[in-house]
Design a protein around this ligand. Structure first.
Ligand code: MN
Length: 204
């Protein structure tokens, strides 16, 4: 098994930790079951997007979703795989300095736990890392804004790995809800993007 330290190499390389307030993150060997969390961070960088992250074997596997998640099962959202983040990143909210990697304001838009539900032909759960490796993963989100099953399907391999992020049609599916436009506050601090930005500037 790969060490968490190695998994965070890209994350560490991209950032200057004496300048950004983002967590450095420790090398952690956690049991998968202890840390099945997810977070969606609204990120007002050069292009506004939503970062979807789920904990898998001690790191947060991450995707940037330009249009954010939808609760409508007929809507497919593009998701671009990004570097693994440390688990500590799930609580990060603030403003990354403009001249730094990912410069802009970050909000914890949604957070909660997730459950692995995908089974093989023998009825055994398929480990999340194996699902991601194979490019097709299904999980149940139990967040404040998003609930129910979602799926991530890889459509393009390589340097810019592209995936599709979509709601599975279940009881929590709702074509009329538009949470990215109507539910605009942090689930961590109840703040708006503007308020997070303002308070970050005050603390400089
Ligand atoms: Mn981002």
């Amino acid at each position: 098994m790969m060490e968490t330290k190695d998994l965070l190499k890209k994350y560490h390389k991209k950032r200057a930790f004496d300048i950004t307030e983002e967590p450095f993150g420790e090398s952690k060997k956690t049991k998968v079951k202890d840390t099945q969390i997810f977070v969606i961070q609204k990120h007002d960088a050069s292009h506004l997007h939503y970062d979807f992250r789920i904990s898998v074997n001690g790191v947060l596997k991450s995707w940037a979703v330009p249009k954010g998640p939808s609760t409508d099962p007929s809507v497919k959202r593009l998701a671009i795989a990004t570097e693994d983040h440390p688990l500590e990143y799930a609580d990060f909210e603030g403003t990354i300095p403009e001249d730094q990697y990912g410069g802009g304001t970050v909000m914890v838009w949604d957070a909660g736990t997730y459950g692995n539900v995908k089974k093989d032909d023998d009825g055994n759960l398929i480990a999340m890392e194996d699902q991601i490796e194979k490019g097709h993963t299904t999980f149940i989100l139990n967040g404040k804004k998003l609930k129910g099953a979602y799926t991530l399907i890889r459509t393009q391999k390589g340097k810019d790995e592209k995936w599709i992020f979509k709601k599975v049609d279940d009881d929590e599916a709702d074509a009329r809800r538009k949470p990215t436009s109507t539910e605009n506050k942090s689930v961590l601090t109840k703040r708006t993007m503007k308020e997070i930005k303002k308070e970050s500037e005050k603390n400089d």
